[in-house]
Every structure is written in C-alpha cells, then in structure tokens.
Write a protein that binds this ligand. Structure first.
Ligand code: SAH
Length: 487
C-alpha cells in the first residue's frame, strides 16, 4: 500500500492522466485540493473516504500540518491513499515536502506528474511557452512568496535578465510589483504580457497587455486567482493563435440538476460545446432492497428509467435470471443501460414517456406485467394496463432523495444562464435546495412530465426538449442559443 502524490491537471477534466484516473478508481482514501477539475472524483469507489483538504467550511485553507497528519495516519494504516493536487504535484504544489515527510516516516509513495497550469493555461490561450526565434527557455516563477518570509526569495535582477519566457504562478495581486521589478531589472516596458484566468476551464479568459500597463489592465478587467501570467514575446501570439472557448455554448453557464452519478454524461456534452457547467445535484438515488420475483408467469417486464435498469441488473445478478418475459424499456437511455447488461429490449416506444409505451403496447395481448421502477412514480403505465385487465405488479428498485447543496453550488446555480431539469423529482428538490430560478434564468425541461412539475410550482419552462433524452435536451438548448443553426 502506498501514498500516491497525484497531479489532477489544471482544470479541464480531459487533461487528467490515465494513471491519475486509475489510482482514483482504486483508492481507499483521497485527500484532495480545491483546484481540481470538476468531476475529478467521479470515478472514485462508492466506499472511498474523500477528504477535502482545500478548505474548511468554505473558508480557510486546511493547515499543511493537518494534511500531513492525515497523510501519515492513512499511510501508516496501510491504505491506498491518493493525495490529489491541482496541476503537477511537484510544481508549486508542496508535493516535494509531502514526499519528504512520507520518506521520513518510512511510508512508500509514488508521484504521478500532472499537466501544470504554467504550460496548459498558456496553451489554451494559444501561447506556446517556447517558440523558435522567440523564446529558447522558460522559467516557472512564484509570484507569491511564503508570507512568513521577509526577504524576497526571487532574485529579481537575475530573473529580469533571464533569456526567455517568464511564467508566474500566483501573485495576481502583486502584478504591479512584479512588473516594476522586471522593468527596473532591464526588461522593456513594451514587452508583451498575458494573464490567463482559470485556464482550461470553460470560463477561461485572457487579458493581454505589456509590462508597462498590465497591472492597470488586470485591475480594470477584475482578474482574480487562479491565474497564470506569461511575460515575453510569446505572450503576443495569443491574438494570432487563440483557439479555446469557441464552442456554441461559449460564455454560457448551465445548471445540471441531475443526481451526481448521472450528471457527468450531460455535463461532459455541455462542456464539450464550450458551456460552463454548474453541477447542482439536488437529488441522489438510493437503492432499495428488492428481490426479483418469479418471472415464469410474467409476460411483460417494463423498465422505466436507466436507474431502474441498473438496479434491476444488480438484483438479477445474471442476465439469464431475466429470461422469459418480453422486455419494454422507456427511453433510449434505459435501453442502453439494459444493453450494457447484455439485454436487448423488445419494445422501446418512440417517445421517452410512459404514455408512449402504453400506446406501443395497445395491440399486444398481455396477462401479467411487472413494472420495475422508482418507489414513487406516476400511475400512467400501471393504471392503463390494469384498465385493460392486465395483472400488474410493481417492483420498487430505488428512491430519489434530496441532496444538500453547498453555498458555493447554490450561488453558482443562481447566477447561471440556464437551469436544466431532467426529471420531475429534480424539479421539486432543486427548488427546495436552491430556490426559484431568477427571471433572467432560462428554464430547460427534458419533456412534458418535467414541464408539468415545473408548472405545479408556478414556473413555465422557456425550452422543452422534443426528444425526451439528455441529448434532446442539449439539442433544444443549442437551438435556443443559436436559433436556426444546425450543430
Ligand atoms: N501545482 C499547480 C500549481 C499550484 S500553485 C500546477 O502545477 O499547476 C496555484 C497557482 O497555480 C495559482 O495561483 C495559479 O497561479 C496557478 N493555477 C492553477 N490552476 C490554474 C488554472 N486553471 N488557470 C490559471 N492558473 C492556475
């Protein structure tokens, strides 16, 4: 068992290494920092212990000593520990100090390098940190020194004389001092500078200036941490080579209210289109203890949601246990989930709502049906089947429960441009957790059932998906952003 010092990259989840994902999936304990990509822990085991050492209660940083104590405690207990850090663990990440601590205590460790912000943020802004004939060297510099130190650690005259690109981590509030020390050391005040805020995140932005006016420009633009400052001729290439953030959803923020376990596919799709995703999972899926009834007498098994399909496959344990009845699935997501378990649904109605399945079953002779679904659900399907004399049994497989939103998620959700709802239960729990969306926010509904739930709360969705699937929801959102355009 080992402690792994793992880099999570600068923010875009796609820049996490294969090794990082593998170790996260295996870990017993994960100690993580604040600056890690959204969804970085999605692949962690359900029973893994996840400890936020980036902040306490939304406030101050956990002191390094407390993190050290946790590292030693879990390391000594022989657990598989991942210490997950933003960017690269050995670049301004205190990874070296933690490695020394572990070595001193005789605990095995490994280091997984990550994509560091000082290279990635410029790259996403179209700035190569080295470039033939422009910069033959690059220096990574801290712009913010240990506040405990009086004396400056950085040799400013030497840095000013450095023959290449200077990349500053931290210190966006000290730009004034940095720029004047560099100019005092002999750099031209016309030298290009670029600041990249939240590099590789969907809301990345870049401010370009020169050493002479960067402090003022950054202040005007309200630049805040985390940001990387690039000094040198290569910074001027931003105008020519900028490429990131040009998707159709660039500049738009979208709230995803699905349960965390299901949110990632939708979130990824929105991010791939350039949108900034605010994950506000107001609901959580709780599995119910259930026994698979004897199916030999049942002629139709209806599965009404992907959650239902997952849980059904879980309790069946073997696809052959579901042999016998015809199988109907509401929605392509449900059919996909069954397919992943080796079952091809016989009936998938054209629209992903119970009404559509009722229509599809109209001409089919049935005696007994089993409906595998959530504990609380609409009566449309059982009601319609019973009305035509079919004996209906319900197999309740899971329930949807409220999930608390932290203040940060709630504030971000209230500021977003779009709020998406993918189920009626998400509507109720989201409104409880985050309140009513503001007038300026556009409400996107996956389909008529969810829209009705919104109306029950006095809200009218501006957008309703034609296909009642996550893909359909994204298509409807895109049509709203850029009407008439095909994506
Ligand atoms: N180990 C990290 C750096 C940690 S120091 C790495 O290798 O990237 C924290 C500083 O990193 C921040 O103050 C900021 O200067 C920089 N930083 C981290 N993530 C960033 C991002 N997404 N965009 C811009 N700067 C970032």
């Amino acid at each position: 068992m080992t402690v792994h010092l793992v880099g999570a990259g600068p923010g875009d989840a796609g820049l996490m290494t294969a090794r990082a994902l593998e170790l996260i999936a295996r870990a017993d304990v994960i100690l993580f920092d604040r600056l890690i990509p959204d969804g970085a822990l999605d692949g962690a085991r359900d029973d893994a212990l996840l400890i936020d050492v980036g902040k306490v209660g939304g406030g101050a940083q956990v002191p390094q000593e407390a993190t050290n104590t946790l590292l030693l405690e879990h390391g000594r207990a022989g657990r598989e520990v991942v210490r997950l850090k933003g960017g690269d663990p050995f670049v301004f990440g205190r990874g070296g100090e933690e490695a020394q601590l572990l070595r001193g205590a005789g605990i095995d460790f490994s280091v997984v390098p990550g994509v560091t912000a000082g290279v990635a943020a410029p790259a996403y802004a179209g700035i190569p940190v080295t470039q033939r004939a422009m910069a033959a060297a690059v220096a990574f510099v801290t712009g913010h020194e240990d506040p405990g130190k009086d004396e400056t650690q950085v040799d400013w005259p030497a840095l000013a004389a450095f023959p290449g690109t200077l990349v500053f981590y931290m210190g966006v509030r000290k730009l004034d001092r940095i720029a004047s020390l560099l100019v005092a050391g002999g750099r031209r005040s016309t030298e290009p500078v670029a600041i990249i805020q939240r590099g590789t995140f969907a809301d990345q932005r870049t401010v370009s200036a020169t050493l002479g006016d960067i402090a003022q420009r950054a202040a005007e633009a309200g630049v805040r941490a985390p940001a990387i400052t690039v000094v040198g001729p290569v910074a001027g290439l931003h105008e020519e080579l900028a490429w990131f953030g040009s998707g159709p959803l660039a500049g738009r923020s979208v709230v995803v209210t699905r349960a965390r376990a299901q949110a990632s596919a939708l979130a990824q799709r929105l991010r791939a289109l350039g949108g900034r995703v605010v994950e506000a999972p107001a609901i959580r899926i709780e599995a119910l203890d259930a026994q698979l009834p004897d199916l030999h007498d049942i002629d139709l098994l209806c599965v009404t949601s992907p959650n239902g399909a997952h849980r059904l496959l879980e309790i069946a344990r073997d696809a052959r246990a579901l042999a016998g009845p015809a199988i109907a699935a509401i929605g392509p997501g449900t059919a996909d989930a069954l397919r992943a378990g080796g079952i091809e649904a016989d009936i998938v109605p054209p629209r992903a709502v119970a009404e559509s399945l009722v229509e599809a079953l109209a001409g089919i002779e049935l005696r007994r049906a089993l409906i595998a679904r959530a504990e609380v659900a609409r009566d449309v399907l059982p009601g319609a089947l019973r009305a035509r004399g079919v004996a209906v049994e319900i197999l309740a497989l899971y329930r949807t429960v409220a999930e608390r939103l932290d203040d940060e998620a709630r504030d971000a959700a209230r500021d977003a441009d779009y709020v998406t709802f993918t189920s009626a239960s998400a509507v109720r729990f989201y409104l409880e957790a985050a309140g009513t969306p503001a007038d300026a926010q556009r409400i996107v509904s996956i389909g008529p059932v969810t829209s009705d739930a919104l109306r029950e709360h006095g809200l009218e969705p501006q957008i309703e998906a034609q296909q009642h699937t996550p893909e359909g929801l994204v298509a409807a959102l895109l049509a709203d952003v850029a009407p008439g355009q095909l994506f």
